[in-house]
Design a protein around this ligand. Sequence first.
Ligand SMILES: Cc1ncc(COP(=O)(O)O)c(C=O)c1O
Length: 379
Amino acid sequence: MPRPFRVPRSRASQTHQAMRDEIIAALEPILFDAYQHSYPLRSQLEAAFAAHAQARYAVAAHSGTVALVIALRAIGIGPGDEVITVGNSDISTTGAISLCGGRPVLCDVLESDYTMDIAAVEAQISERARAILPVDLHGHPANVKALRALADRYQLKIVEDAALASGAMDHGLPAGAFADVAMFSFAPFKPLGSAGNGAMLVTNDEAIHERLRLLVGYGYSPEPVTPAAWQNYVAEGFNVPLDGLQAALLLVKLPRLKEWTDRRRAIAAVLEAGLSDAPVITPRFRPESAPTFRSYAIRSDRQLELHDGLRAAGIETVIHYAPPIYRYDVYAGAFPNRDQLPVTELLASQVVNLPVTPELTDDELVYMIDTIHNLLVSQ
Ligand SMILES: Cc1ncc(COP(=O)(O)O)c(C=O)c1O
């Protein structure tokens, strides 16, 4: 058995232990009472998340990956359509575009907060552009408010990949507020994690909401059934709603999200101050941006040495979103401008993600900061 990390990147089991009674009370009726319990729970979670995200509608889906496909389908992305996105993300982002028949077009990102460089988007807009897909990487909100004006000028839709950004705010509003559709993932390592897979799509647009709901649920007609049509389908959809057990767990956890996000921000502030005299670069944010810090993504020219040294010291670092998407074998030759994304390239060669969990103790924070100093300064 490998030795457990002294500072692990997830403490979900500890989080769940602290809420044990509430969680068991929520799961029990699904497992031991009538099966139908899980349907209302999913609707309850959708309502609660919509309120949290200040959105009119929310639709719960099986995973962020499939939710992105559904979001793009719901805004009408199909064969030949171009969607502008970034190269430093999960393959789900570009994969969702291709799986709709669309073509991902990459735009560079900012060195400050690692999100889409809004000023670089316009140069990528062609006749075939239909949408823009910014990513709130590491829980840092992309400047979707600024993007909105550009998108409206070119009649493009915005799908925000907020997979990592549950709890983040921007311009005083929850992440996702300026997009046509936003997706939040509930995979276990995300700021609001389930015990399996899950995601939420939010939108303020009634027509998009109807499409999302159809696509999540077989394309089944929402109209009441009649003897003439016991079943009716008005679209070809998937069968990928959020599992009821995950909905029950997330309903218990959602009210704590703000407290956890505040703690994540406090941890990031301590790391920023503690590393100010270390030879690393810490992220910088617009004043309106209030990230959720799924991890704390620092940069160093000694990326691998730092990552390996921290892991050897029991600190579970990860190098996330490197190499950039366009370097995966599946995309060989797919992105003609891959050599014109210098910041994406630089970040991938430098970033090291430090663990951030709400349960991280002050002593562990000091240990992380000291270890980084020892690794980089005293040698
Ligand atoms: C930026 C980003 N987008 C999308 C996804 C896909 O989400 P899921 O794991 O829920 O399918 C991930 C997952 O890690 C992600 O990091």
